[in-house]
Design a protein around this ligand. Structure first.
Ligand SMILES: Nc1nc2c(ncn2[C@@H]2O[C@H](COP(=O)(O)OP(=O)(O)OP(=O)(O)O)[C@@H](O)[C@H]2O)c(=O)[nH]1
Ligand SMILES: [Mg+2]
Length: 692
């Protein structure tokens, strides 16, 4: 358990910690000289049960409230110190407000300097205090009179703390590791040491950690937890970590940074949150109001964007967006405190809801519903809530990271909720099973109606399909679920075209008629220099745009390729030419060949030969260096056609290709490939007729 002091200047916080632990936490020369605390003080007290209580002693001076805030982070139990002779004072109120805003609800009031007042005055102060606590997280807390001079009440108070340590719930350490740094220094012979409270998770020697937001990487060489050497520090302990790594020095790490599990490193400067304005404020919070934001041990300038319609009145609570001057390391559910820009008073505070707040459309009903779900602290319920509302999917990787959830926690939640996951670009997206079913049904229905309306198209464009569906998944996630459906043989993916697995493209009767004439023209003996669109139009007395439209359509069907503008080759011919360059590469000594060598093999003139090679360059089939090219074996399959199709290739009557048949990985000889003349093949005689 970590105990933190709070209270007005000179009320006896440091004296009380010394009386309880024997440690004087005012170590600075200036602190000694001025008789006040400036910095945070730390002390430890072994308990009878073998555990160790940690103490964070904070300064009471109004100028050092920022230090008090840094110290109050991660404490389990507060000792609100109020001097009996002085009573409730400004920083008594301010520190109590901070404790309340941070949600710290375990604590005792130590009525110090009890030796200085008579019983009636003491009774009055006690009554004041009880009233002060009302309505705060410490409402009804015990008030224990003590005196560090006479020693009265000290043993009782210490026993109360030991009791509390038993009942305080051990913080879950299943989450990922985060430590809020409050000090960084160098120890001779040891190196860089940082100290702080472990906010979540655990850390072990040898662990790789990251300093956030700076992004420095370090290894944990050794650990002290609650002032004792150990192999592992856990949530709720104050730890000192000896860190080593590139750039790790005492100056590279400062108070306010976090040491964390590298997976959690994702600084943010725009956070949606709840904000409660203190009732003691004179003015409402207005749009774009500036403030100082205190979170964990850090402090940063911020602007407040109201997400509701009206200013937040004193004592009111509302949703806001916090726009920070620089990014910080945080987690959803973390508490924060706001102070005014001149650092003179605390004005309010609240809880971070969403660390990935949008800069636009931040107040739509949809967005506000999402924030309601984010506000649920139980991760499983929050995720279930998010998946129920628009956009009906969640980036699980971000959800898990921003809540600092451990791997096991994330897995268990995924299983219990029966999530459907799609992995894309290193992120996991999640859908609920009912939403997935609905998405799949409408996807298949969309494809079906598309096919029936467009029987001559190979499928619907991937992006067009994505935009038609709800939920509208991010493109990479959408592709990933499509691939799942391909594996399940429900759909097929053809480049950027999606179709039902059973769908076959059929040309309209009219197009088929034209194709039966065009196909042989570009696939015959002149197939390496087929007529261009305009020539085909002239030869067949067809309108040029008509020929172009049909060939483009066949291009999408994978039957032809537009090698150069308006110059279409059969896919089979392209595949044949791929074989030729493979052969050229294989016979050349260094695998490189010239355009002239290629032209000699296809005998189609220099210009066309070069256009073909440039087409291959564009598709990465060939890699060009100067005048030489070599084959890129990874791209050879690009123009290969299914082997089954080769059985009814249209020009099977022609002489077999002079090209060798290189063996591929499968060990089988490669079939001369084929476009899709399948249903349209013509008898050789007819082809000759047409070619005339
Ligand atoms: N008579 C009496 N004096 C006390 C008692 N506790 C503390 N004092 C005196 O009060 C003064 C302030 O005590 P500190 O412990 O430094 O007070 P503090 O709350 O830590 O002050 P800051 O850290 O500066 O906010 C010192 O002179 C103490 O000797 C007490 O129980 N009785
Ligand atoms: Mg002090």
């Amino acid at each position: 358990m970590i105990v933190g002091t709070a209270g007005h200047i000179d009320h006896g916080k440091t004296s009380l910690v010394r009386a309880l632990t024997g440690v004087d936490t005012d170590r600075l020369k200036e602190e000694k000289a001025r008789g006040i605390s400036i910095e945070l003080g730390f002390a430890y007290l072994p308990a009878p049960d073998g555990s160790v209580l940690g103490f964070v002693d904070v300064p009471g001076h109004e100028k050092f409230v920022h230090n008090m805030l840094a110290g109050a982070t991660g404490i389990d139990f507060v000792l609100l110190v109020i001097a009996a002779d002085d009573g409730v004072m400004p920083q008594t109120r301010e520190h109590l407000a901070i404790v309340d805003l941070l949600g710290i609800d375990r604590g005792i009031v130590a009525l110090t300097k009890a030796d200085l007042v008579d019983p009636p005055s003491r009774a009055k102060v006690v009554a004041d205090i009880a009233q002060l606590l009302e309505g705060t997280s410490l409402s009804g807390a015990e008030i224990v009179p003590v005196s560090t001079i006479s020693g009265d009440g000290i043993d009782e108070l210490r026993d109360r703390l030991f009791d509390a340590a038993h009942t305080i719930q051990a913080r879950a350490d299943a989450e990922r590791f985060r430590l809020a740094v409050d000090r960084s220094f160098t120890l001779p012979g040891i190196g860089t040491v940082v100290t702080g409270t472990v906010l979540s998770g655990s850390v072990s020697t040898g662990d790789r950690v990251m300093i956030s937001p700076s992004g420095l990487v370090a290894r944990v060489r050794s650990i002290h937890a609650q002032d004792r050497p150990t192999e592992r520090g856990i949530a709720g302990q104050r730890c000192a970590l000896n860190l080593a790594g590139d750039g790790i020095t005492k100056d590279a790490i400062e108070r306010g940074q976090m040491v964390l599990d590298p997976d959690l490193h994702a600084p943010t400067d725009r956070i949606d949150a709840t904000l409660r304005l203190l009732a003691t404020e004179a003015k409402s919070v207005s749009q774009w109001m500036p403030a100082r934001l205190h979170h964990a041990a850090t402090e940063v300038g911020a602007r407040i964007v109201l997400l509701g319609d009206t200013p937040i009145p004193p004592g009111g609570e509302a949703l806001v967006q916090l726009v920070l001057d620089r990014p910080i390391a945080a987690a959803e559910g973390d508490r924060f405190v706001l102070r005014d820009t001149t650092a003179q008073r605390t004005i309010g505070g609240g809880e971070f809801l969403d660390l990935r707040a949008p800069a636009r459309k931040r107040r739509t009903p949809e967005r506000l519903a999402q924030l309601q779900a984010h506000a649920i602290r139980d991760a499983e319920q929050a995720l279930a809530g998010l998946l129920e509302i628009s956009p009906h999917f969640a980036d699980l990787s971000i959800f898990v990271r921003d809540r600092a959830l451990g791997e096991n926690q994330a897995r268990a939640i995924g299983e219990r909720l029966g999530l459907i996951k799609a992995t894309a670009g290193g992120h996991v997206f999640a859908l609920s099973a009912p939403v997935w079913l609905r998405l799949k049904r409408s996807l298949l229905a969309t494809l079906e109606s598309f096919h029936s309306e467009n029987p001559d198209l190979p499928g619907i464009g991937l992006e067009r399909l994505r935009l038609q569906l709800d939920p509208r998944l991010p493109a990479p996630a959408f592709l990933s679920i499509l691939q799942g459906l391909v594996t399940g043989q429900e759909i097929a993916l053809d480049g950027a075209w999606v179709r039902l697995a059973g769908h076959e493209v059929r040309l309209t009767a009219e197009d088929e008629k034209i194709w039966s004439k065009v196909g042989p023209l570009i696939g015959g003996g002149e197939r390496f220099r087929p007529p261009r669109v305009r020539d085909i139009g002239t030869m067949l007395m067809l309108r040029e745009p008509e020929v172009r439209r049909l060939l483009k359509l066949l291009g999408r069907m994978g039957k032809v390729d537009e090698v150069a503008h308006d110059h279409f080759f059969l896919r089979t011919t392209v595949a044949e030419m791929v074989d030729i360059i493979v052969d050229l590469g294989a016979t050349a000594t260094d695998g490189q060949f010239t355009a002239a060598q290629f032209r000699d093999r296809v005998d189609n003139g220099r210009k066309v030969a070069i256009q073909i090679l440039e087409f291959f360059d564009r598709h990465g089939v060939t890699l060009r260096r100067g005048d030489l090219r070599r084959v890129n074996k990874h791209r050879l399959d690009l123009f290969r056609v299914a082997e089954a199709a080769s059985r009814n290739q249209p020009n099977s009557g022609r002489e077999s290709s002079p090209v060798g048949r290189p063996d591929f990985k499968s060990g089988r000889g490669r079939e001369p490939v084929l476009g899709g003349f399948d249903s349209l093949s013509l008898p050789p005689q007819k082809m000759k007729d047409l070619a005339r």
